[in-house]
Write a protein that binds this ligand. Sequence first.
Ligand code: ATP
Ligand code: MG
Length: 330
Amino acid sequence: MKSHISIKNLNAFYGDHAALRNITVEIPEKQITAIIGPSGCGKSTFLKCFNRLIDLTDGARASGKIMLGDVDVLNGSVDITDVRRRMGLLPQRPNLLPMSIYDNIAYGPRLHGTKDKKKLDQLVEKYLKIAGLWEEVKDRLKSPASKLSIGQQQRLCLARGLAVEPEIILCDEPTSALDPVSSQHIEQQLLELKKDYTIVIVTHNIHQAMRLADYVIHLYLGELVEHGPASEVLENPKEERTRAYINGTFHTDLKVDTELNLKGNVCPYNFVYAKQALHNLEKGKILKVIVDDPMAVTEVPRGMEADGHGVLRARQINKTDWEIVIQKKE
Ligand SMILES: Nc1ncnc2c1ncn2[C@@H]1O[C@H](COP(=O)(O)OP(=O)(O)OP(=O)(O)O)[C@@H](O)[C@H]1O
Ligand SMILES: [Mg+2]
């Protein structure tokens, strides 16, 4: 496996809040790497460090190394425009320019100096074909991009991103706003594209990770829990937390037996109260606790796992609160 992006000791902060802690991992070349993990674990932040979009958030900073060949992306003197050109971003929702289908694709190449009409025509056709959209739009290239369906708009975003000839495609939940058929289109396109591009995809959907990924990175509360070939991480994880996450996301209909609101409590009381509640439950029953202390978000799941219980889910549910779902094992 040849590495394309090499990440060493990556830390990211929003103010005092550590969103990523000391991440060291390699992204393999011309493979699909899926980033999985519960809401709020830092997946989007991770991608935003790659192309320095994190710079656009006030109070956010990243440290460590992200090496793209011999370019250190986080180095202050790096050419950010060039880094962003080399890494195309496919966002969660299509964010097209208010122009025609044609102009959306021609925009990037024009900006980078391609003026020749014939050359632009060729580029537009080439990338619409690669994105699997050509047949559907070839007769209305001059009509507004906004007239397309959401699924078509997402493929147009893909075509637009590819038109500036990146090496890497970063996708942050690229199908979460799409219907199943449009999602399938995008997935097919990504599988085709990995012949020529390195792809990193953030996904909430374990089934999608199974369909697409060659390599998987599991993040949890800003830390790298496990990474490796998809077949190992998804089917036979080494870490209990990965197993819990995969099982938990399969059980979307988790039946909670007891719910406990621990908002306003600080550590270690959160853990003590959660432990008491669990003590009163039978083996196999499920407890959900709601916490708002950032320490509890890390310490309750850790403590529960150390006691041999299963943490089925830990996710941020709104700006201040987290839910932690625990299954009594012992
Ligand atoms: N602009 C911001 N300001 C302050 N904190 C932020 C900001 N963006 C993200 N965070 C915090 O950083 C942590 C990681 O957020 P991030 O968006 O990277 O998570 P995520 O894994 O992508 O979540 P989701 O699955 O919900 O998209 C969270 O605790 C989040 O609240
Ligand atoms: Mg996100």
